[in-house]
Design a binder for this molecule. Structure first.
Ligand code: PMP
Length: 396
């Protein structure tokens, strides 16, 4: 049986792999604390659930337009104006089954064979794999904790070649928690002005989980806006990961291209989800604000707990719900049975010894770091980090 060579071009998401390993241990009756997964541990807001129930009762059960219902796209337009002071038309919006699909649509719509896509590290696992999927070339630009894991204008400039097709980043960033300020985006914008053919894919899915102030989109620069593809969705900000609703805002040519791709893959996303999404996007944001406040509390607690562990160094996240400590101080250490050679060994050691799941940094293009989520209760966070502390103390 010969499968497609496409499968050799990209990898399974490490995040999902770790979650699977955690579930397997749990199935054996082991109490595993999951610090690997990237989703809010909150319920979807009540008014959103009610809108979905009403949609079922009102028989919203048919195929939907490929880019989404017009009033959903109008709700996205309203949100972009309200939250980001950005003006779009509904024809520029394409709703999808999640930010992941929106990213796939965007990358497939603009990337040709060997086109270069610049991605600052660390980046969300799926970015590089989607570029490979589209037969593009990933150009990683290493950032560091010293620069707050952000790419500088000089680094960006140096990475651009005649083959550069796009720049792809997230702010707030998964996994580092970096949030680009208006000044930092202004500096990057200046570089993009010198290179008018480069697209900018701006993943803003963690917009509402921001600890340092107002969210800034790179689409705010009027002279760049036409080549920015904003990717956003409801998964993180409204605790709706399973509902599957993402969207893009772009120029109409790119929007039509993405609609064409989606029209031959998934069609329009779930009708019920779309009705609920209108309630989320235009309704009360208090539940999202409450959730962000709780993440702030947990971030503080996690940083206290990590601070008690010798050898773990970690910068404070500015957004999202992860910490991304550097673990290289543990390389070469052993508990007598296992020797830690890299962050993958570190992550597996914690899973097998402390029964805490995390994700190794190599998956995000930063091989010396490990991602730990704090989208879990304070109780589980404290229990998990106490176990991690004990397990690491055994490494000599
Ligand atoms: N972008 C980033 C940075 C993410 O972390 C995630 C989810 N982990 C996504 C996109 C995908 O989100 P969705 O559930 O909307 O597909």
């Amino acid at each position: 049986m010969q499968l497609s060579s496409l499968l050799d071009r990209f990898a399974e998401p490490e995040t999902l792999k770790m979650a699977k390993l955690g579930r397997e241990l749990r199935a054996q009756g082991i109490d595993v604390i999951d610090l690997s997964l990237g989703e809010p541990d909150f319920d979807t807001p009540a008014h959103v659930k009610e809108a979905a129930i009403k949609a079922i009762q009102d028989n919203w059960s048919h195929y939907t337009p490929v880019p989404g219902f017009l009033d959903l796209r109008e709700a996205v337009v309203t949100k972009l104006k309200r939250d980001n002071n950005l003006s779009y038309e509904p024809t520029q919006i394409v709703a999808s089954t999640g930010a992941k699909q929106s990213l796939a649509n965007a990358i497939l719509a603009i990337t040709d064979d060997n086109d270069e896509v610049i991605i600052p590290t660390p980046y969300w696992v799926t970015y590089s794999e989607l570029v490979k999927f589209a037969r593009g070339k990933v150009v990683e630009v290493r950032t560091s904790p010293e620069s707050g894991f952000k790419i500088s204008a000089e680094q960006l400039k140096a990475a651009i070649t005649p083959k550069t097709k796009a720049f792809l980043f997230s702010s707030p960033c998964n996994p580092s928690g970096a949030v680009y300020s208006k000044e930092e985006l202004t500096a990057l914008a200046e570089v993009f002005r010198q290179h008018p053919d480069i697209f900018i894919i701006s993943d803003e899915i963690y917009e509402y989980i921001n600890y340092v102030g107002e969210h800034q989109s790179i689409a705010q620069f009027d002279d760049l806006k036409d080549r920015v593809i904003i990717v956003n969705g409801l998964s993180k900000g409204f605790a709706m990961t399973g509902w599957r609703l993402g969207y893009t805002a772009s120029n109409t040519t790119v929007a039509k291209a993405m609609e064409k791709i989606q029209g031959q893959t998934t069609s329009g996303t779930c009708s019920i989800t779309q009705r609920a999404a209108i309630a989320a996007l235009t309704g009360d944001l208090q539940p999202s604000k409450d959730m962000a406040a709780e993440f702030t509390r947990r971030k503080k607690r996690v940083l206290e707990l990590v601070g008690e562990i010798p050898g773990l160094s970690c910068s404070e996240p500015e957004g999202a719900f992860y910490i991304f400590p550097d673990v290289h101080a543990f390389y070469g250490k052993s508990d007598g049975q296992v020797t830690i050679k890299d962050s993958a060994d570190f992550s597996m050691y914690l899973l097998n010894t402390a029964h805490v799941s995390s994700v190794m940094g190599a998956a995000f293009g930063e091989p010396d770091c490990v991602r730990f989520s704090f989208a879990n209760s304070i109780e589980n966070i404290e229990k998990g980090w106490a176990r991690i502390k004990d397990a690491l103390a055994k490494l000599k």
